[in-house]
Design a protein around this ligand. Structure first.
Ligand SMILES: Nc1ncnc2c1ncn2[C@@H]1O[C@H](COP(=O)(O)OP(=O)(O)OP(=O)(O)O)[C@@H](O)[C@H]1O
Length: 676
């Protein structure tokens, strides 16, 4: 067995599970062992009943104080009972496990672990795990990995598959040079990989994670250095000047560009005219108007006789860009093509041909634009939107398609400058730190769930004034497969809260692309008043008529993500509102949400976020998946990031040849970066 062995050769993996793994991009042993658990189920000390929070997994030490009943409903056998401690009572429910009636006894003590919900007005745990005190103590020693699954896979199946690769894992050579190992004393690579799947102890798991986070930063930073200090950059790039059409477009806009937009535009125009290859990151706060800059640059590129590409992270966004580009560039004789995963095969073939023949000036799409089949014709400008959704890898494979095209990355994640410098090294950065002047600042409030009825009345009033509303629905992390159901149920519940004239719809990640698009189109066209959604609307969606963003369970999101969500409103001339709803009473939660309450400035929030977050939570779910990292979090792991940056620098200064590193991931990454 080696890293390229197909996983179908492992015991217990048949055609079906191999297909399921395939959906997650896992086909060989190397990709399997780097499919890290999302988090680990830990068994903390039990809490009192009155301390539990709805939706937060918890253990309680209680006595069953009712008879254990069995009810029969819709061909289901439902076991129920109540249990209490000295602080309160809770309802317990299990479906189709009738044998529990014999195992659970009134008057006895148990520890139950589960996620409490409100059901019929009572705090209820459905399907809690059951322990005696002794069993629980043993369980507390363990850490159970929870993998990012898809239907057809279970945690057990993944663990069993990884276990079979033990020999291979323990033979993966260490690729970091000895002096770096001595200095930072990280856990060895093979040990880290093994422990991430089968942690021997909490301490070992922390070490393993640290090592793998170090690797992620190390690779990212090393690749960045290769890009920005490479010989290639000194080579000639396409010379693209400002054309009269671009000037006219700017003059005819219904608004004036802000000073920050003008400054960024000048910096980019200078790069493109310089004869060197542009490599620039534009960081702009949500709603700061990055898209129009992309339009202007791509127009310049087209008028200079070259092709340009804009890559968006989702189909919804790609379609939105396609529409606004088509409208803005209507009078300039520019041919624009949309290319996404759900473009029909025949249409796709035609588009490929047109791109190849140079009949298309601007290609807009999702990562469909980097597929092998797409052959460009004089590709001179590559713009990627919302870079934290893409890896360096994807970006580079797009760059490879052209001959040293200019590269512009647009990001709405304001990374504090101190961190940006460490991460991006010498990559040029433009910052748009100003919002269009006529915007009214968003009014915020952080409220507890008792405010929900008031919020609904407020929403109804906004709708009656013709405005539109987003509600971000609670999401239970353990049941991502239930993501859709959560949203659907919430939307159903809302119908009973609002007048029948209020048009409610929903959106979630598991919907088919075409259905998602339809809902977004309807929302943009004002055919939907209230849109219940998961965070799929988080990035870039632009519906200026939307004025209310209500986020349920706001405590579950990171500050940066909440700020992104809030950015979906306040994009037009109307007063907008953001309601952060939380059931948490924790001091830290309130402190974090208060930062948002106080400020609408993304850079300020990012800095505060950095201050407030303590060291990374090594067992829990990560707050937000930023950039290309699987385990690393630029905020909570800033210290490890610094170490990795130091290590790269040190190796570089000693003339170390990175391409000699015997690590396939690193080789691939750096190799790609080189080819820009
Ligand atoms: N200088 C300006 N003055 C007024 N409105 C502007 C200006 N620049 C852009 N806009 C408008 O502001 C809205 C938001 O712009 P855009 O979608 O480009 O934001 P963005 O920076 O991409 O934000 P996000 O990261 O949230 O997607 C659009 O409706 C756009 O037409």
């Amino acid at each position: 067995m080696d890293g390229t062995t197909n996983i179908i050769e492992l015991k217990g993996i048949g055609e079906k599970s191999a297909t399921a793994f395939g959906r997650l991009g896992i086909r060989d042993v190397d990709s399997l062992i780097t499919m890290y658990p999302k988090y680990y189920l830990t068994y903390e000390d039990p809490k009192d009943v009155n301390e539990i929070e709805i939706g937060q997994r918890v253990s309680i030490f209680v006595r069953i104080n009712s008879e254990v009943h069995i009810q029969y409903a819709k061909r289901m056998k439902i076991v129920t009972c109540t249990a209490k401690d000295h602080t309160g009572t809770i309802m317990l429910v299990w479906y189709n496990m009738p044998y529990l009636k014999k195992q659970l006894h009134q008057g006895r003590d148990y520890i139950f672990t589960g996620t409490p919900i409100y059901k019929n007005g009572r705090i209820t745990m459905e399907h809690p795990e059951i322990f005696t005190q002794e069993d629980y103590e043993a369980k507390q020693e363990t850490l159970q990995p929870v993998y990012p699954l898809t239907s057809g896979l279970t945690n057990k199946l993944v663990s069993k598959a990884v276990a079979q690769t033990k020999d291979y894992i323990f033979h993966i050579p260490e690729y970091l040079p000895q002096n770096i190992l001595d200095q930072y004393e990280p856990m060895e690579y093979h040990q880290a990989i093994w422990n991430i799947h089968f942690p021997e102890s909490k301490e070992q798991l922390i070490k393993a994670k640290k090592r793998l986070i170090f690797d992620e930063f190390f690779i990212f930073i090393a690749a960045m250095h290769m890009i920005t200090s490479g010989e290639d950059l000194k080579e000639e790039g396409y010379k693209i000047g400002v054309c009269k059409e671009a000037k006219e477009l700017v003059k005819n806009l219904p608004y004036e560009l802000t000073t920050a937009q003008k400054r960024a535009l000048n910096e980019m125009a200078k790069d493109m005219a310089s004869g060197k290859v542009m490599n620039r990151l534009v960081q702009g706060d949500v709603g700061s108007g990055k898209t129009i800059l992309a339009v202007i640059l791509l127009l310049m590129c087209a008028k200079a006789g070259y092709q340009g590409v804009l890559m968006a992270p989702t189909e919804v966004l790609a379609a939105q860009h396609y529409e606004s580009f088509t409208e803005l560039l209507e009078s300039y004789d520019i041919k624009i093509a949309l290319l996404t995963g759900s473009t029909k095969a025949k249409e796709k073939r035609e588009t490929y041909q047109k791109i190849k023949d140079g009949e298309v000036d601007i290609v807009i799409g999702t990562h469909a634009v980097i597929q092998d089949k797409v052959e460009y014709n004089k590709l001179a400008l590559v713009i990627t939107d919302e870079q934290h959704r893409f890896g360096v890898r994807q970006r580079e494979s797009l760059s490879l398609k052209g001959e040293k095209p200019h590269v512009l990355v647009m990001s709405a994640t304001p990374i504090p400058r101190t961190l940006a410098i460490i991460l991006y090294g010498d990559l040029d950065v433009s910052i748009i730190d100003e919002l269009p002047a006529e915007r009214l600042p968003i009014k915020n409030c952080v409220v507890n769930t008792s405010y929900r009825p008031t919020a609904y009345r407020f929403i109804e009033k906004q709708v009656s004034q013709g405005r539109q509303v987003y509600i971000i629905c609670p999401m239970v992390e353990e049941s991502e497969t239930m993501e859709g159901e959560n949203v659907i149920q919430y939307a159903q519940m809302l119908r009973s809260q609002f007048a029948p004239s209020v048009r409610i719809s929903y959106l979630h990640g598991k919907m088919k692309a075409a259905d998602k698009q339809k809902v977004m189109d309807d929302f943009s066209e004002g055919k939907i008043d209230v849109l219940v959604s998961t965070t799929v609307v988080e990035v870039g969606v632009n519906v200026p008529n939307a004025t209310v963003m209500m986020v349920e369970n706001a405590e579950r999101f990171g500050l940066a993500q909440l700020h992104q969500l809030r950015g979906r409103v306040g994009r037009g001339g109307y007063q907008s509102y953001c309601i952060f709803m939380t059931s948490s009473k924790k001091k830290e939660t309130m402190q974090r949400l208060e930062v948002l309450n106080k400020s609408n400035d993304g850079f300020y929030i990012a800095n505060e976020d950095l201050k407030l977050r303590g060291p990374g939570d090594f067992f829990g779910v990560r707050q937000s998946g930023m950039m290309d990292f699987v385990l690393a979090d630029i905020y909570t792991n800033a210290d490890i990031m610094k170490q990795a940056a130091d290590a790269v620098k040190q190796l570089e200064e000693s003339g170390f040849d990175f391409s000699n590193l015997k690590n396939s991931r690193l080789e691939k990454q750096i190799g790609l970066a080189r080819n820009i």
